[in-house]
Design a protein around this ligand. Structure first.
Ligand SMILES: NC(=O)c1ccc[n+]([C@@H]2O[C@H](COP(=O)([O-])OP(=O)(O)OC[C@H]3O[C@@H](n4cnc5c(N)ncnc54)[C@H](O)[C@@H]3O)[C@@H](O)[C@H]2O)c1
Length: 358
Protein backbone atom coordinates (compact mmCIF):
# COMPACT_ATOMS: atom_id res chain seq x y z
CA UNK A 1 0.00 0.00 0.00
CA UNK A 2 2.90 2.37 0.70
CA UNK A 3 3.88 2.00 -3.00
CA UNK A 4 0.57 3.57 -3.83
CA UNK A 5 1.76 6.84 -2.35
CA UNK A 6 5.13 6.86 -4.12
CA UNK A 7 4.21 9.35 -6.87
CA UNK A 8 2.30 11.50 -4.42
CA UNK A 9 5.16 11.84 -1.97
CA UNK A 10 7.67 12.39 -4.81
CA UNK A 11 5.52 15.29 -6.04
CA UNK A 12 5.49 16.79 -2.53
CA UNK A 13 9.26 16.69 -2.15
CA UNK A 14 10.53 20.15 -1.24
CA UNK A 15 13.90 21.23 -2.54
CA UNK A 16 15.98 24.06 -3.94
CA UNK A 17 17.17 23.41 -7.53
CA UNK A 18 20.62 21.83 -7.20
CA UNK A 19 22.33 24.08 -9.76
CA UNK A 20 20.83 27.44 -8.80
CA UNK A 21 23.39 30.27 -8.58
CA UNK A 22 21.17 33.13 -7.57
CA UNK A 23 22.15 35.41 -4.71
CA UNK A 24 19.20 35.90 -2.34
CA UNK A 25 18.59 39.14 -0.44
CA UNK A 26 15.94 39.29 2.29
CA UNK A 27 13.99 42.49 3.05
CA UNK A 28 12.45 42.40 6.53
CA UNK A 29 13.87 40.58 9.54
CA UNK A 30 10.69 40.05 11.52
CA UNK A 31 9.02 37.03 13.06
CA UNK A 32 8.22 35.15 9.89
CA UNK A 33 11.74 35.57 8.50
CA UNK A 34 13.47 34.28 11.64
CA UNK A 35 10.78 31.68 12.35
CA UNK A 36 10.15 30.29 8.87
CA UNK A 37 12.02 31.71 5.83
CA UNK A 38 15.55 31.37 7.20
CA UNK A 39 15.11 28.04 9.07
CA UNK A 40 13.63 26.63 5.84
CA UNK A 41 16.50 27.91 3.69
CA UNK A 42 19.08 26.58 6.18
CA UNK A 43 17.40 23.19 6.13
CA UNK A 44 17.39 23.15 2.31
CA UNK A 45 21.02 24.34 2.05
CA UNK A 46 20.16 27.68 0.42
CA UNK A 47 22.62 30.42 1.44
CA UNK A 48 21.30 33.97 1.94
CA UNK A 49 23.61 36.73 0.73
CA UNK A 50 22.18 39.78 2.52
CA UNK A 51 19.40 41.14 4.71
CA UNK A 52 17.99 44.55 5.59
CA UNK A 53 15.30 45.90 7.93
CA UNK A 54 14.35 49.41 9.03
CA UNK A 55 15.22 48.04 12.47
CA UNK A 56 18.94 47.63 11.78
CA UNK A 57 19.68 46.00 15.15
CA UNK A 58 17.09 43.35 14.44
CA UNK A 59 18.60 42.73 10.98
CA UNK A 60 22.03 42.33 12.56
CA UNK A 61 20.77 39.89 15.18
CA UNK A 62 19.04 37.76 12.57
CA UNK A 63 22.08 37.91 10.25
CA UNK A 64 24.26 36.66 13.09
CA UNK A 65 21.87 33.87 14.01
CA UNK A 66 21.66 32.60 10.41
CA UNK A 67 25.22 33.46 9.26
CA UNK A 68 24.14 36.01 6.63
CA UNK A 69 27.32 37.81 5.49
CA UNK A 70 25.90 41.25 4.51
CA UNK A 71 23.57 43.51 6.51
CA UNK A 72 22.49 46.61 4.59
CA UNK A 73 21.28 49.90 6.05
CA UNK A 74 18.49 50.30 3.51
CA UNK A 75 16.43 48.60 0.83
CA UNK A 76 18.17 50.79 -1.79
CA UNK A 77 21.59 49.58 -0.66
CA UNK A 78 20.49 45.94 -0.84
CA UNK A 79 18.95 46.40 -4.29
CA UNK A 80 22.18 48.00 -5.53
CA UNK A 81 24.16 44.81 -4.79
CA UNK A 82 24.72 43.07 -8.17
CA UNK A 83 25.28 39.74 -6.41
CA UNK A 84 21.60 39.70 -5.46
CA UNK A 85 19.33 38.33 -8.18
CA UNK A 86 16.36 37.27 -6.04
CA UNK A 87 14.68 39.45 -3.43
CA UNK A 88 12.64 37.83 -0.68
CA UNK A 89 10.21 40.39 0.78
CA UNK A 90 8.69 39.96 4.26
CA UNK A 91 7.45 43.34 5.46
CA UNK A 92 3.92 44.52 6.35
CA UNK A 93 1.69 44.74 3.28
CA UNK A 94 1.55 48.55 3.47
CA UNK A 95 5.28 48.60 2.58
CA UNK A 96 5.29 45.89 -0.04
CA UNK A 97 4.24 47.71 -3.25
CA UNK A 98 7.01 50.29 -3.15
CA UNK A 99 9.68 47.68 -2.38
CA UNK A 100 8.46 45.25 -5.04
CA UNK A 101 8.41 47.94 -7.75
CA UNK A 102 11.91 49.11 -6.75
CA UNK A 103 13.16 45.51 -6.88
CA UNK A 104 11.78 45.08 -10.41
CA UNK A 105 13.35 48.41 -11.40
CA UNK A 106 16.65 47.05 -10.10
CA UNK A 107 16.23 43.91 -12.26
CA UNK A 108 15.63 41.42 -9.42
CA UNK A 109 13.30 38.43 -9.36
CA UNK A 110 10.97 38.62 -6.35
CA UNK A 111 9.25 36.39 -3.81
CA UNK A 112 6.51 38.67 -2.42
CA UNK A 113 4.67 38.12 0.84
CA UNK A 114 1.02 37.41 1.26
CA UNK A 115 -1.20 39.37 1.26
CA UNK A 116 0.27 40.66 -2.00
CA UNK A 117 -1.86 43.78 -1.54
CA UNK A 118 -5.07 44.76 0.21
CA UNK A 119 -6.75 46.05 -2.97
CA UNK A 120 -7.20 44.44 -6.37
CA UNK A 121 -6.02 47.60 -8.13
CA UNK A 122 -2.69 47.54 -6.31
CA UNK A 123 -2.24 43.78 -6.84
CA UNK A 124 -3.01 44.16 -10.55
CA UNK A 125 -0.58 47.06 -10.91
CA UNK A 126 2.21 44.97 -9.37
CA UNK A 127 1.35 41.97 -11.57
CA UNK A 128 1.36 44.19 -14.69
CA UNK A 129 4.73 45.68 -13.77
CA UNK A 130 6.09 42.18 -13.11
CA UNK A 131 4.87 40.99 -16.53
CA UNK A 132 6.36 44.03 -18.29
CA UNK A 133 9.71 43.53 -16.55
CA UNK A 134 10.10 39.95 -17.79
CA UNK A 135 11.28 39.03 -14.28
CA UNK A 136 9.78 36.19 -12.23
CA UNK A 137 7.58 37.12 -9.28
CA UNK A 138 5.98 34.60 -6.93
CA UNK A 139 3.78 35.11 -3.88
CA UNK A 140 4.46 33.29 -0.62
CA UNK A 141 1.14 31.39 -0.41
CA UNK A 142 3.03 28.52 1.09
CA UNK A 143 0.00 26.41 2.13
CA UNK A 144 0.20 25.16 -1.49
CA UNK A 145 3.43 23.43 -0.40
CA UNK A 146 2.29 22.08 2.97
CA UNK A 147 2.71 18.32 2.54
CA UNK A 148 -0.80 17.31 3.59
CA UNK A 149 -2.43 19.88 1.32
CA UNK A 150 -0.06 19.25 -1.61
CA UNK A 151 -0.56 15.47 -1.33
CA UNK A 152 -4.35 15.96 -1.29
CA UNK A 153 -4.05 18.13 -4.43
CA UNK A 154 -2.05 15.40 -6.17
CA UNK A 155 -4.62 12.74 -5.19
CA UNK A 156 -7.38 14.90 -6.66
CA UNK A 157 -5.34 15.45 -9.86
CA UNK A 158 -4.87 11.68 -10.19
CA UNK A 159 -8.65 11.30 -10.08
CA UNK A 160 -8.68 9.29 -6.84
CA UNK A 161 -11.89 10.89 -5.56
CA UNK A 162 -13.51 11.66 -8.91
CA UNK A 163 -15.20 15.03 -9.42
CA UNK A 164 -15.04 17.28 -6.35
CA UNK A 165 -18.46 18.07 -4.90
CA UNK A 166 -17.46 19.73 -1.63
CA UNK A 167 -14.43 21.26 0.11
CA UNK A 168 -14.38 22.44 3.71
CA UNK A 169 -11.72 23.91 5.95
CA UNK A 170 -12.58 24.40 9.62
CA UNK A 171 -10.20 25.86 12.19
CA UNK A 172 -10.79 26.61 15.87
CA UNK A 173 -7.72 28.27 17.32
CA UNK A 174 -6.47 30.39 20.18
CA UNK A 175 -4.35 32.69 17.99
CA UNK A 176 -1.73 34.78 19.86
CA UNK A 177 -2.61 38.07 18.10
CA UNK A 178 -0.56 40.02 20.65
CA UNK A 179 2.60 38.75 18.88
CA UNK A 180 1.94 41.17 15.99
CA UNK A 181 1.49 44.85 17.01
CA UNK A 182 0.25 45.80 13.53
CA UNK A 183 -2.44 43.13 13.57
CA UNK A 184 -4.15 44.60 16.62
CA UNK A 185 -5.32 47.70 14.74
CA UNK A 186 -6.36 46.13 11.42
CA UNK A 187 -10.08 46.37 10.71
CA UNK A 188 -9.82 43.68 8.05
CA UNK A 189 -7.92 41.00 9.90
CA UNK A 190 -8.82 37.32 9.84
CA UNK A 191 -9.34 36.75 6.11
CA UNK A 192 -6.62 39.21 5.04
CA UNK A 193 -3.92 37.83 7.34
CA UNK A 194 -4.77 34.19 8.08
CA UNK A 195 -7.59 32.62 6.06
CA UNK A 196 -6.16 34.07 2.84
CA UNK A 197 -4.11 30.85 2.79
CA UNK A 198 -7.28 28.73 2.87
CA UNK A 199 -9.02 30.87 0.26
CA UNK A 200 -5.94 30.61 -1.94
CA UNK A 201 -5.93 26.79 -1.73
CA UNK A 202 -9.67 26.56 -2.39
CA UNK A 203 -8.93 28.48 -5.62
CA UNK A 204 -5.97 26.15 -6.27
CA UNK A 205 -8.24 23.11 -6.08
CA UNK A 206 -11.47 24.46 -7.57
CA UNK A 207 -10.66 27.60 -9.57
CA UNK A 208 -12.72 30.78 -9.46
CA UNK A 209 -16.14 30.62 -7.76
CA UNK A 210 -19.17 32.17 -9.43
CA UNK A 211 -20.35 33.69 -6.16
CA UNK A 212 -19.33 34.00 -2.51
CA UNK A 213 -21.17 34.81 0.70
CA UNK A 214 -19.31 35.61 3.91
CA UNK A 215 -20.06 36.73 7.42
CA UNK A 216 -17.75 37.68 10.28
CA UNK A 217 -17.74 38.19 14.02
CA UNK A 218 -15.82 39.47 17.00
CA UNK A 219 -15.99 38.33 20.61
CA UNK A 220 -15.92 40.22 23.90
CA UNK A 221 -12.43 40.66 25.30
CA UNK A 222 -10.53 39.86 22.09
CA UNK A 223 -7.27 41.78 21.59
CA UNK A 224 -7.53 42.91 17.94
CA UNK A 225 -10.14 45.35 16.66
CA UNK A 226 -10.73 43.33 13.47
CA UNK A 227 -12.84 40.26 12.86
CA UNK A 228 -11.65 37.04 14.53
CA UNK A 229 -14.28 34.59 13.24
CA UNK A 230 -15.31 34.25 9.61
CA UNK A 231 -17.56 31.92 7.67
CA UNK A 232 -17.11 32.03 3.89
CA UNK A 233 -19.10 29.99 1.41
CA UNK A 234 -18.42 29.48 -2.28
CA UNK A 235 -20.81 28.67 -5.10
CA UNK A 236 -19.52 27.26 -8.39
CA UNK A 237 -21.53 27.15 -11.60
CA UNK A 238 -20.65 23.52 -12.19
CA UNK A 239 -21.64 22.10 -8.81
CA UNK A 240 -19.07 22.07 -6.01
CA UNK A 241 -19.69 23.92 -2.77
CA UNK A 242 -16.90 25.11 -0.48
CA UNK A 243 -16.82 26.56 3.00
CA UNK A 244 -14.06 28.05 5.15
CA UNK A 245 -14.89 28.56 8.83
CA UNK A 246 -12.17 30.08 10.99
CA UNK A 247 -12.38 30.99 14.66
CA UNK A 248 -9.34 32.54 16.38
CA UNK A 249 -10.65 33.08 19.89
CA UNK A 250 -11.10 29.52 21.04
CA UNK A 251 -11.39 29.64 24.81
CA UNK A 252 -12.01 25.91 25.02
CA UNK A 253 -8.33 24.92 24.85
CA UNK A 254 -9.02 22.35 22.12
CA UNK A 255 -7.42 23.81 19.00
CA UNK A 256 -8.28 22.02 15.79
CA UNK A 257 -7.68 22.55 12.06
CA UNK A 258 -9.37 20.17 9.67
CA UNK A 259 -10.01 19.97 5.96
CA UNK A 260 -12.14 17.61 3.92
CA UNK A 261 -12.63 17.14 0.20
CA UNK A 262 -15.54 15.04 -1.05
CA UNK A 263 -15.84 13.73 -4.57
CA UNK A 264 -17.91 11.44 -6.75
CA UNK A 265 -15.55 8.52 -6.09
CA UNK A 266 -14.26 9.09 -2.56
CA UNK A 267 -13.11 11.56 0.06
CA UNK A 268 -9.94 12.99 1.54
CA UNK A 269 -9.68 14.28 5.11
CA UNK A 270 -6.78 15.89 6.90
CA UNK A 271 -5.52 18.12 9.68
CA UNK A 272 -3.07 21.04 9.65
CA UNK A 273 -0.80 19.93 12.48
CA UNK A 274 0.92 23.29 12.99
CA UNK A 275 -2.22 24.90 14.33
CA UNK A 276 -2.86 22.43 17.14
CA UNK A 277 0.02 23.82 19.15
CA UNK A 278 1.30 26.95 17.31
CA UNK A 279 4.17 27.67 16.79
CA UNK A 280 5.53 24.21 17.74
CA UNK A 281 2.89 22.22 15.95
CA UNK A 282 3.11 18.69 14.64
CA UNK A 283 2.90 16.89 11.29
CA UNK A 284 -0.31 17.05 9.32
CA UNK A 285 -2.50 14.00 9.03
CA UNK A 286 -4.03 12.92 5.72
CA UNK A 287 -6.32 10.02 4.87
CA UNK A 288 -8.00 8.97 1.66
CA UNK A 289 -10.98 6.74 0.99
CA UNK A 290 -11.16 6.01 -2.73
CA UNK A 291 -13.30 3.82 -4.99
CA UNK A 292 -10.80 4.43 -7.79
CA UNK A 293 -7.55 3.16 -6.23
CA UNK A 294 -9.45 1.40 -4.57
CA UNK A 295 -8.70 1.63 -0.85
CA UNK A 296 -10.13 -0.64 1.83
CA UNK A 297 -11.81 2.19 3.75
CA UNK A 298 -9.74 5.15 5.04
CA UNK A 299 -6.00 4.80 4.37
CA UNK A 300 -3.47 7.13 6.05
CA UNK A 301 -0.83 8.89 3.93
CA UNK A 302 2.39 9.21 5.98
CA UNK A 303 3.11 12.96 6.21
CA UNK A 304 6.77 13.58 7.11
CA UNK A 305 7.16 17.37 6.79
CA UNK A 306 5.83 20.35 8.74
CA UNK A 307 3.81 23.24 7.35
CA UNK A 308 6.28 25.62 9.04
CA UNK A 309 9.09 25.90 8.22
CA UNK A 310 9.14 23.26 5.45
CA UNK A 311 6.56 24.78 3.12
CA UNK A 312 8.78 27.89 2.85
CA UNK A 313 11.34 25.70 1.05
CA UNK A 314 8.54 25.15 -1.44
CA UNK A 315 7.74 28.76 -2.29
CA UNK A 316 11.39 29.78 -2.71
CA UNK A 317 12.29 26.49 -4.44
CA UNK A 318 9.43 26.96 -6.88
CA UNK A 319 10.57 30.51 -7.72
CA UNK A 320 14.16 29.34 -8.30
CA UNK A 321 12.96 26.38 -10.40
CA UNK A 322 10.94 28.70 -12.64
CA UNK A 323 13.92 31.04 -13.01
CA UNK A 324 16.03 27.99 -13.97
CA UNK A 325 13.37 27.02 -16.53
CA UNK A 326 12.79 23.70 -14.78
CA UNK A 327 9.23 23.83 -13.51
CA UNK A 328 6.31 26.28 -13.55
CA UNK A 329 5.89 28.52 -10.53
CA UNK A 330 3.09 27.21 -8.29
CA UNK A 331 2.03 30.61 -6.93
CA UNK A 332 2.76 33.25 -9.60
CA UNK A 333 1.80 36.88 -9.04
CA UNK A 334 -0.64 36.85 -11.96
CA UNK A 335 -2.62 34.03 -10.31
CA UNK A 336 -2.44 35.70 -6.92
CA UNK A 337 -4.30 38.78 -8.15
CA UNK A 338 -7.35 36.50 -8.14
CA UNK A 339 -6.73 35.52 -4.52
CA UNK A 340 -6.68 39.23 -3.63
CA UNK A 341 -9.87 39.65 -5.72
CA UNK A 342 -11.53 36.80 -3.82
CA UNK A 343 -10.51 38.21 -0.42
CA UNK A 344 -11.96 41.60 -1.39
CA UNK A 345 -15.19 39.95 -2.58
CA UNK A 346 -15.50 38.19 0.79
CA UNK A 347 -15.14 41.51 2.64
CA UNK A 348 -17.63 43.13 0.26
CA UNK A 349 -20.05 40.33 1.13
CA UNK A 350 -19.46 40.81 4.87
CA UNK A 351 -20.04 44.56 4.57
CA UNK A 352 -23.11 44.32 2.32
CA UNK A 353 -24.60 41.24 4.01
CA UNK A 354 -25.26 39.81 0.58
CA UNK A 355 -23.77 37.36 -1.89
CA UNK A 356 -21.14 38.78 -4.24
CA UNK A 357 -20.75 37.61 -7.83
CA UNK A 358 -17.20 37.38 -9.13
N1 LIG B 1 3.49 33.54 4.07
C1 LIG B 1 3.15 33.38 5.32
O1 LIG B 1 2.72 32.32 5.70
C2 LIG B 1 3.26 34.48 6.31
C3 LIG B 1 3.23 34.20 7.68
C4 LIG B 1 3.37 35.25 8.57
C5 LIG B 1 3.50 36.55 8.11
N2 LIG B 1 3.48 36.78 6.76
C6 LIG B 1 3.59 38.15 6.21
O2 LIG B 1 4.94 38.57 6.33
C7 LIG B 1 5.00 39.97 6.61
C8 LIG B 1 5.83 40.18 7.86
O3 LIG B 1 5.24 39.45 8.94
P1 LIG B 1 6.01 39.25 10.32
O4 LIG B 1 5.17 38.32 11.10
O5 LIG B 1 7.44 38.92 10.10
O6 LIG B 1 5.89 40.71 10.92
P2 LIG B 1 6.89 41.43 11.93
O7 LIG B 1 6.17 42.63 12.41
O8 LIG B 1 7.44 40.47 12.92
O9 LIG B 1 8.13 41.87 10.98
C9 LIG B 1 8.06 42.83 9.97
C10 LIG B 1 9.45 43.40 9.80
O10 LIG B 1 9.45 44.28 8.67
C11 LIG B 1 10.27 45.40 9.00
N3 LIG B 1 9.91 46.50 8.11
C12 LIG B 1 8.77 47.23 8.11
N4 LIG B 1 8.78 48.13 7.11
C13 LIG B 1 9.97 47.95 6.45
C14 LIG B 1 10.56 48.58 5.33
N5 LIG B 1 9.94 49.57 4.67
N6 LIG B 1 11.78 48.18 4.94
C15 LIG B 1 12.44 47.19 5.59
N7 LIG B 1 11.91 46.55 6.68
C16 LIG B 1 10.69 46.93 7.09
C17 LIG B 1 9.97 45.67 10.46
O11 LIG B 1 10.96 46.45 11.09
C18 LIG B 1 9.89 44.25 11.01
O12 LIG B 1 11.14 43.78 11.48
C19 LIG B 1 3.54 40.43 6.73
O13 LIG B 1 3.12 40.96 5.50
C20 LIG B 1 2.76 39.15 6.99
O14 LIG B 1 1.45 39.19 6.45
C21 LIG B 1 3.36 35.77 5.87
Amino acid sequence: MIDLFHDISAACKLSIPAHHHKGVGVIGAGGIVSGAHLPAYSKAGLPVHAITDINHDRAQQVAQEFSIPHVYQSVEELLADPAIEVVDIAVPVSEQREILLAALQAGKHVLAQKPLATSVGEAQEMADKARDSGLIVGVNQQLRFDEGMAAAHMMVNKGWIGEISGFSITVNLDTPWHLWDWALTWERLEIMVHSIHYHDVVRWFLGEPAMVFATSGRTQGQAPIGETRTVSTYVYDDGPVAVVHANHVNRGGDNSAEFRIDGSAGSIRGTLGLLYDYPDGRCDTLEVNSDVVPTDGWVPYPVTQRWIPDAFIGTMGSLLAEIAGEKALRSPIKDNVNTVRLVNALYESIDSRSAVTL
